[in-house]
Write a protein that binds this ligand. Structure first.
Ligand code: SF4
Ligand code: FE
Length: 484
């Protein structure tokens, strides 16, 4: 079995015995919990679309390891064309779900770990490439979703991992045994963790020799003993629990999820270890994973942006002002910004290169420029969407009031826009804009645009490092005939 159907994916989640907490309680059936179902549906879409012939060129690939047809989310990129297809696939999924579909972190993690493992083995004669190759084959064969876990809680940001007052604030090895290691710590903001089969842990910063116990990468099933997940809240999340709130939730079927994952002395067998103490490779691994995930945002955020721009255009239409020049101009600006994000995602893919291990890496300078733009443009696109939507987006009464026999007829009457459009359609579009700009999806469209795949300063450091300022100075000197 190389490709699961969406239904098979959901069934496979039911077999996991996850240790998940939400609102102070342990969930007995997380798969069908109404707070989490939309996020599960978004991941399911990565399986559903792979079954549809029209999308298979983007959604599937041929494994370089087995020759089998696999889901692209489990693929090691074999060319710049593969990198471009990845971004196109993410834009498509952003359009279909208007939310975070969560599966990219695992794809980005396997690609970063694979190439790094090859290089560590060359240096230290370790066995990490075999381990990660075996793991990727297992993931491809069973079409699994992998959570790529990088972000440690980090404690005092001014101190390195081994200098923290509490030594567990970065995930670390607490015991080395003949058959494996025992790890303790946590990973924060873990996208899609409750919808994943495996959690692939990586270090989050570059490290010095004294941080040896913290330079660790491995993967274990998400329901391994000692793992606990606490689901994060999202703005307006409990609307999902309300009756008669299909419209009020804004995006009934899809959403994202993040959580804190706690590793309370978790055993990792030897064949699942991909880095263990080789501190000088922690930075390389972080840089590559971040590069891939910064590329990813050029795809997923532009796909979500397409939905938001469409919703803003509909809101203008339903308000009766689609032809006003300032509205048209705002929509043009939104499209310009959105396509700029996509262009950056495509550009860093086209300019990618082959690594020693054989898989392809994005151009890191352009991937960081991509993400730096993502920290800004979705905010401006949201601002323009709110401008076009009007204040009703945040003052509109609830769906229950629309359905109430006393108030409903007045709301129908007074919230009518263009006479040919049902008031309900106007509500739906405004609630979708609210969802993307201020509600549950704002996690992935706005704040995640700022902090996901690294906060803005992280990209600026990489741009400074990759920007080759000396070359630019020598160009200016050559033009002005200043002697080198
Ligand atoms: Fe994928 Fe975007 Fe979600 Fe990251 S934020 S997992 S790139 S959809
Ligand atoms: Fe993300």
């Amino acid at each position: 079995m190389s490709l699961m159907t969406g239904e098979e994916y959901v069934e496979s989640l039911r077999k996991l015995k996850l240790n998940i907490y939400l609102f102070g309680e342990k969930l007995s059936n997380p798969v069908d919990n109404p707070m989490l179902v939309p996020s599960r549906n978004s991941v399911k879409m990565t399986y559903d679309l792979a079954q549809i012939p029209e999308y298979q060129n983007l959604m599937t690939a041929t494994s370089n390891l087995t020759g089998e047809k696999i889901n692209r989310f489990t693929h090691l990129h074999q060319s710049t064309e593969d990198l471009v297809k990845k971004v196109k696939m993410q834009r498509l999924l952003g359009q279909k779900t208007a939310s975070c579909f969560q599966r990219c972190v695992g794809m980005d993690a396997i690609n970063a770990v694979y190439s790094t493992a090859y290089e560590v083995d060359k240096e230290y004669n370790t066995n990490y490439l075999d381990n990660i190759t075996g793991f990727i084959k297992y993931v491809q064969k069973n079409d699994l979703t992998v959570d790529g876990a990088m972000t440690d809680p980090k404690g005092d940001r001014g101190l390195s991992p081994s200098k923290q007052a509490d030594p567990d604030l970065f995930l670390r090895v607490v015991e080395r045994r003949p058959d494996g290691i025992v790890v303790r710590g946590a990973k924060a903001h873990q996208t899609g963790i409750c919808n994943s089969h495996e959690v692939l842990v990586m270090p989050t910063v570059s490290m010095r020799p004294e941080d040896k116990d913290y330079a660790v990468a491995f993967s274990v099933p998400v329901d391994t003993e000692g793992i606990m997940i606490v689901v994060g809240r999202q703005s307006c999340d409990t609307r999902k629990l309300e009756e008669l709130s299909d419209i009020d939730v804004g995006n009934k079927n899809f959403g994202g999820m993040e959580g804190l994952v706690i590793f309370d002395d978790v055993f990792v067998p030897n064949d699942r270890i991909f880095l263990n103490g080789e501190t000088e490779f922690a930075g390389v691994l972080v840089e590559r994973f971040a590069g891939y995930h910064r590329q990813s945002y050029g795809g997923c955020k532009s796909g979500m942006g397409d939905v938001l721009i469409g919703a803003a255009a509909l809101a203008a239409e339903y308000n009766g002002v689609p032809r006003k020049s300032h509205i048209k101009d705002k929509l043009i600006e939104m499209m310009h910004l959105n396509e700029t994000l996509y262009s950056c995602g495509v550009a860093c893919s086209c300019e990618g290169c082959k690594l020693a291990a054989g898989n392809y890496l994005v151009n890191l300078l352009l991937a960081n420029v991509c993400k730096q733009n993502v920290t800004r443009f979705p905010y401006e696109i949201s601002r323009l969407a709110e401008d076009i939507a009007g204040g009703l987006m945040v003052t509109m009464p609830s769906e229950k009031d629309f359905k109430n026999p006393v108030t409903g007829k007045y709301l129908e009457k007074y919230f009518k826009g263009t006479s040919s459009i049902p008031t309900e359609d106007r509500m739906k579009v405004l609630r979708l804009i609210e969802n993307l700009c201020l509600g549950t999806a704002a996690v992935s469209y706005r704040t995640e645009s700022m902090h996901g795949a690294g906060s803005p300063q992280a990209q600026r450091i990489m741009i400074a490092r990759q920007g080759n300022l000396d070359h630019k100075k020598s160009l200016a000197k050559a033009i002005t005939r200043i002697e080198e």
